[in-house]
Design a binder for this molecule. Sequence first.
Ligand code: M6R
Length: 598
Amino acid sequence: MCGIVGYVGAEDAKEILLRGLEKLEYRGYDSAGLAIANDQGVHVYKEKGRIATLREAVNQTEAGTVGIGHTRWATHGAPSKLNAHPHQTARYTIVHNGVIENYEQVRREYLPDVEMTSDTDTEIIVQLVEKFASDGETTEVAFRHALSLLKGSYATALLDLEDPETIYVGKNKSPLLIGLSDGVNVVASDAMAMLQVTKEFVEIMDEEIVIVTKDNVTIKKMTGDVVTRDSYVAEIDSSDIEKGTYPHYMLKEIDEQPFVIRNIVTKYKDEDDSIKLDDNVRQAVLGADRIYIIAAGTSYHAGLVGKEMIEKIAHIPVETHIASEFLYNMPILSKKPLFIFISQSGETADSRGVLVNVKKLGHQTLTITNVPGSTLSREAQFTLHTHAGPEIAVASTKAYTAQMAVLVILAVDAARASGLEMDFDPLQELGIVANAMEIFTEKKDVLEEIARDYLSVTRNCFFIGRSMDYHVCMEGSLKLKEISYIQAEGFAGGELKHGTIALIEEGTPVIGLATQENVHLNLRGNMKEVVARGAYPCMISMDGFQEEDDKIVIPKVHNYLTPLVSVIPLQLIAYYAALHRGCDVDKPRNLAKSVTVE
Ligand code: M6R
């Protein structure tokens, strides 16, 4: 979702800010803007649409060594140049991520006579600072005063025309980092945006403000008390976030999956080849009478598979919940629950909302994430890292398979620690999975052809499977709809005939997944039901269960791990379908990579 960058140093800030905004493009946005401060004033440029449009609009001769930039994903007010950030008053200029829930109320109470120039919730922040400063408060005090009135989430950066060498930064619930360097300091929603300047970052906690100049970074609480905090070195390299020779990040990330799985095996293996896991995490799992997995989207689908893995392998009851539902409709909890939050970004607001609530209830919390320094990671008691490397494409691929790999390791570790008999070595079996994944690198032409044949002109598509395959079908359908805009549904094979089969007509594509030993024949029966009603079937099975007309046969892997492999043809079919239909694969419409608002 929205992204923020800021720069205060010695070079002209424009190019650094534009490059930073380009690195944040993957998060999703619909407009962008920046402000450059110099002796002549604060110059604002903003445009609806891509950064490339903003780049053209920026006056390249207008130099300044301080600036802030923003990508906006509209929440309040349509995507437009008017609503794009920065927003300005006579003296102040602001960019903001997040949602101010009480902005109407604050506006009525504090700014009744101020005419707003945009439809955004953001504008009240800058208007409040202007008001408090004109009442005689210093900028810092006015900024803290304004932020203290807000309910909701914000990461925000402010420039003061009368002190153009300083960026004032505030944070609550939305991610924000300060990057440190020699005579240069930067602000970013995501370290990736500012790896061009530094790898050294300092985290900002909720309800803190930061005063950033080129030589100083001062963190303060809302009370004005100074906070000291160590910096850390970001463990990513700028080359990790380049596409290289790939046409799209999504394709690169699909291809990276065998490497990611091998990397996870290495990270979770100790010297004697057994599982390496923090003993506190083990005890938290063993101490739970029920596990609640909380997640959204693709991570939720990994959680559905995780439930099966943990219940079958470790014999611990598990419920998997959609975060945004759980947040306002919490079921009756068991006596000793453990909450596992699965999130690629570690920033998903719905999941974070649940985390905040269950922490207040005193429950144990574990985050499985690809971004260890993220909000969900910091705020949960324990973190397991998925080690997938930065995932840039909006459509999640390698993060999903990595999440499931970590879940199976967690399940087996718990099973072993509780003395259950096991003839399943997850580290070895994951090695087999990595090899099986690799064959799809060679089969791209087959999958491209399937996408062309089945999905070039259709308006809908069904995915059916049973048991674990059903969960993978949900993921396959999400991939297809989010990037190709084909209406797609993942269904339990046996459920279609209870209503949805009415939608099957001559030529409707139905992709069937049959990798599960105990139900693959039932699924073939369900496929026959739809074929009898005119469906155009595409069967994906596993070695050992294949039949003559199957379009794809995945190599044999352990029954618990089939989702890690069977999802890959579905990811590639979605990729090629989107490509054939001329869609923007890496940046699908209306979507954001990191969903930091509820
Ligand atoms: O960062 P998270 O894993 O918490 O994100 C959750 C969903 O927004 C995400 O998985 C989304 O569904 C994917 N973009 C789908 O490909």
